[in-house]
Design a binder for this molecule. Structure first.
Ligand SMILES: [Zn+2]
Length: 363
C-alpha cells in the first residue's frame, strides 16, 4: 500500500513538475519517492578491515560497495598499515570492495625516499589499488630531520605526485582536522567533542607546536593548485565541513579538487538545510558519499551479541544518512537536529555512485 502510494506520488510529481530549478534549493516533495534499493551506492571512504558474515547481505540490502582506505601511521613498532588485511578482504569479496593504498612522510630526508615510495605504490597499484591516501600526519604529526612538520606541499613529495598523475591514480587527502581541533572543547554538542576528548593527541589547541589550522590548509591549497592534473579527493569535506561556503570557494578555484562526506554529516546537519542543499546542487558532480565506517576487530574475537550490535549500528547509520540525503523530514544526525536535504534521484545517484565510479574509473 505504502509503495503504491509512493508510486502514485511519483507519477503525479513527474507529470506535474518541470525540471529541477537551479535557483530554488528548497527540498521537493516528489523526492520522497526515491527507492533506496534502486540507487546504486559506493562508500568512497570506508575501513572494513576484517570480514563479517553479515556484510555481504547488508551490502546487498543497501546496494552498496565500498573502497577500503588504507592509512599509514607511525607508532612505536614503525609504520603501521591495514593494507594486507584489506587485500585479503577484497580478494574474498571482489564484487563488494575496492582498494586504496597509502604512504607517510617518515624517512623523507633519505635521498631515495620518493623512489622507494613510488616503487611500493607501483606494486600496490598493480595489486589493485585505485587510489592513494595521505593522512593528517602530513601537517600535524610527522617531522623531518630538522624537526619541521612535513606539509603536504613539501617539494620532496613532488616526484610521487608526478608519478600518480602519470598513472592517472587519484589521491584521497585527509589533511588538517576540523577547525574545532584548534579550539577549546567547551561545547559538548559540537560533533567533534567526543573525538578530541578520546584522541587528545589530535587536539591541536592543547599542543601548541602543531602548526595552525590556517598554515596546514594553506599548504593543502598550494599543493592542489601546484598539481592541476592530479585528481584530488579532499576527505571529510576538506576539513571545512562546518562552513560549506569555504569548501565551495576551493571547488570554484581548483577544478582538480573533489570532496567526500565521511564522518562530517554532523557538521552539515548543523548548518542551514537550504544552504547545504544548494551546495549539493551546485557541486553535484564533485561530491562523493563517504562514511568512514569500518571495523578493527577480528570476527572470531567478538561475541554474537557484539556482532549483532555492530550490524544494527551499521544498518541504522546507513539509514540515517540515507534519510538525511534523500528525505525532507526532521531527523537527528550525529546528535544534531536537522531537516533532510531531499536530494533528487539524479543527485542521489551522482553522490552515492556515479561521481565515485567516474573518479576511480570503475566502468
Ligand atoms: Zn577514514
Amino acid at each position: 500500500m505504502k509503495n503504491t502510494l509512493y508510486f502514485l506520488v511519483a507519477i503525479i510529481a513527474l507529470s506535474a513538475c518541470k525540471p529541477k530549478s537551479e535557483k530554488n534549493p528548497t527540498a521537493e516533495p516528489q523526492d520522497i519517492s526515491v527507492d533506496m534499493q534502486t540507487v546504486r551506492k559506493i562508500d568512497v571512504h570506508a575501513h572494513f578491515k576484517y570480514p563479517r558474515t553479515y556484510l555481504p547481505t547488508l551490502f546487498k540490502k543497501w546496494n552498496m560497495q565500498s573502497v577500503l582506505v588504507d592509512v599509514s601511521k607511525a607508532d612505536s613498532t614503525g609504520i603501521s598499515r591495514s593494507w594486507d588485511a584489506y587485500v585479503t578482504h577484497t580478494a574474498a569479496n571482489p564484487d563488494l570492495f575496492f582498494l586504496c593504498s597509502s604512504f607517510i612522510g617518515v624517512g623523507i630526508d633519505e635521498p631515495d625516499f620518493a623512489q622507494q615510495t613510488i616503487d611500493r605504490l607501483s606494486e600496490e597499484i598493480n595489486a589493485g589499488a585505485r587510489m592513494v591516501k595521505v593522512w593528517k600526519n602530513f601537517g600535524m604529526v610527522t617531522k623531518d630531520k630538522n624537526g619541521t612538520f612535513i606539509q603536504i606541499d613539501d617539494p620532496r613529495l613532488q616526484p610521487i605526485w608526478d608519478y600518480l598523475k602519470d598513472k592517472d591514480i587519484p589521491v584521497i587527502a585527509h589533511i588538517a582536522e576540523p577547525e574545532q581541533a584548534w579550539r577549546p572543547l567547551d561545547d559538548p554538542n559540537n560533533p567533534h567533542f567526543g573525538y578530541y576528548t578520546n584522541n587528545p593527541q589530535y587536539h591541536a589547541y592543547k599542543i601548541p607546536e602543531i602548526p595552525s589550522y590556517e598554515t596546514i590548509i594553506a599548504a593543502r591549497d598550494r599543493w592542489i593548485e601546484n598539481n592541476p592534473e592530479l585528481n584530488i579527493l579532499c576527505a571529510h569535506l576538506g576539513s571545512m565541513s562546518n562552513h560549506v561556503e569555504r569548501v565551495a570557494e576551493r571547488l570554484d578555484k581548483f577544478p582538480n579538487m573533489h570532496v567526500e562526506t565521511a564522518a562530517r554529516f554532523g557538521d552539515l546537519a548543523r548548518q542551514d538545510t537550504k544552504k547545504v542543499r544548494a551546495f549539493f546542487d551546485q557541486y553535484q558532480d564533485r561530491i562523493m558519499f563517504g562514511s568512514d565506517y569500518g571495523n578493527s576487530r577480528l570476527q572470531e574475537t567478538m561475541s554474537p551479541a557484539e556482532l549483532e550490535e555492530e550490524q544494527i549500528n551499521l544498518d541504522t547509520n546507513y539509514e540515517t544518512l540515507w534519510n538525511y540525503l534523500s528525505g525532507t523530514d526532521s531527523l537527528v544526525v550525529r546528535g544534531q537536529k536537522t531537516l533532510g536535504l531531499g536530494l533528487s534521484a539524479e543527485l542521489l545517484s551522482k553522490v552515492y555512485y556515479k561521481n565515485t565510479a567516474n573518479f576511480l574509473k570503475l566502468e
